[in-house]
Design a protein around this ligand. Structure first.
Ligand code: DOR
Ligand code: ZN
Length: 348
């Protein structure tokens, strides 16, 4: 008999859905697996107002195929800029549909050019977020070209995060897609008000995956993959039961031509097998019993939302990931394209 794993339906606390036809192609992958997802606002142009977030949310809901309608809740975010006003934060909070605000240091990653150039410019807005308990989600990398790309997260902790937490002692922060042992240790050391998301790809791959067998553009993401010791630190903490670490895929689709290019975009698409990849990681660590807490409990607990009541089931059987996926009239190369994954989603 094949093994079956049934647990509370998970949520994805960090997701890029894009928009229009592209979104239509990737949305079912997420909605079949997750009940809710925190939707990143780095569209072009970015989602900077509550009205834009509401319109984007409506587009997401109307792009859901009929069989998934009513089964998926997009949790919206605003993109913080130098000019986001405190009033906009009040509107966001009052709307009930915006759960958080995302800080991209300008230039840190895909579609981050409208991001924050100097956090001092956001003083009043951050103070309002602190007052209204609107969490700040951070892309935790400095953009100083003098800093080695593999050290950008580590420097972010000292240069930006520590001063930010000191300046706003009541602000709650999610350190997104952490990739280093230093980030793990930092989040563990700060009591209660800071949490972290961890992607499946940072749990499965180290930086060798970028270079072995030739340059691998489909393994390029930001923050970039790190050394094996960092991957191991992520696996240890994700599977430890620590309540302030939870699932965030950072699934970030790009058309094939934008990845396989002289200036390839950062982003790994993992939504097609997201919970299956996490199950594999937890199984290998001998910690399958911790998967439910990481995937389904810690996120809503930190965000102050109810845990899901529905269930998801995975069967322990191998299936082949497609070589490519249709993506709004283009092609998308999914993580582990053409390879096998050892857990399979049971529909229902
Ligand atoms: O790899 C990434 N891709 N990292 C990000 O921070 C952004 C994302 C995207 O939007 O493609
Ligand atoms: Zn992201």
């Amino acid at each position: 008999m094949t093994n079956k794993l049934t647990f509370t339906r998970p949520d994805d606390w960090h997701l890029h859905l894009r928009d229009g036809r592209a979104m239509q192609s990737v949305l079912p992958d997420i909605a079949r697996r997750f009940a809710r997802a925190i939707i990143m606002p780095n569209l072009k142009p970015p989602v900077v107002t509550t009205a834009q977030a509401a319109a984007y949310r409506a587009r997401i809901l109307s792009a859901l195929p009929q069989e998934l309608a009513g089964r998926f809740e997009p949790l919206m975010t605003l993109y913080l800029t130098d000019t986001t006003t405190p009033e906009e934060i009040s509107r966001a909070k009052a709307s009930g549909i915006v759960q958080a605000v995302k800080l991209y240091p300008a230039g840190a990653t895909t579609h981050s050019d409208a991001g924050v150039t100097d956090i001092a410019r956001c003083e009043a807005t951050l103070a309002m977020m602190e007052k209204l308990d609107m969490p700040l989600l951070v892309h935790g990398e400095v953009v100083d070209p003098a800093v080695d790309i593999f050290d950008r997260e580590k420097f972010f902790i000292d240069r930006m995060l520590i001063p930010l937490l000191q300046r706003f002692p009541g602000l709650r922060v999610v350190f997104e897609h952490i990739t280093t042992k230093e980030a793990v240790e930092f989040v563990q050391a700060v009591p209660n008000r800071i949490a972290a998301t961890i992607t499946a790809h940072h749990l499965m791959l180290n930086r060798n995956a970028l270079f072995i067998g030739g340059l691998q553009p489909h393994h390029y993401c930001l923050p970039v993959l790190k050394r094996e010791i960092h991957r191991q630190a992520l696996v240890t903490v994700a599977t430890s039961g620590h309540a302030r670490f939870f699932l965030g895929t950072d699934s970030a689709p790009h058309p094939l031509g934008d990845k396989e290019s002289a200036c390839g975009c950062a982003g790994i698409y993992s939504a097609h097998a997201a919970i299956e990849f996490y199950a594999e990681v937890f199984e290998r660590a001998g910690k399958l019993d911790q998967l439910e807490a990481f995937a389904s409990f810690h996120g809503p607990d930190f965000y102050g939302l109810p845990r899901n009541t529905g269930k998801i089931s995975l069967s322990q059987e191998s299936w082949q990931i497609p070589e490519e996926i249709e993506f709004g009239g283009d092609k998308l190369i999914p993580l582990r394209a053409g390879g096998q994954v050892g857990w399979k989603l049971m529909e229902g």
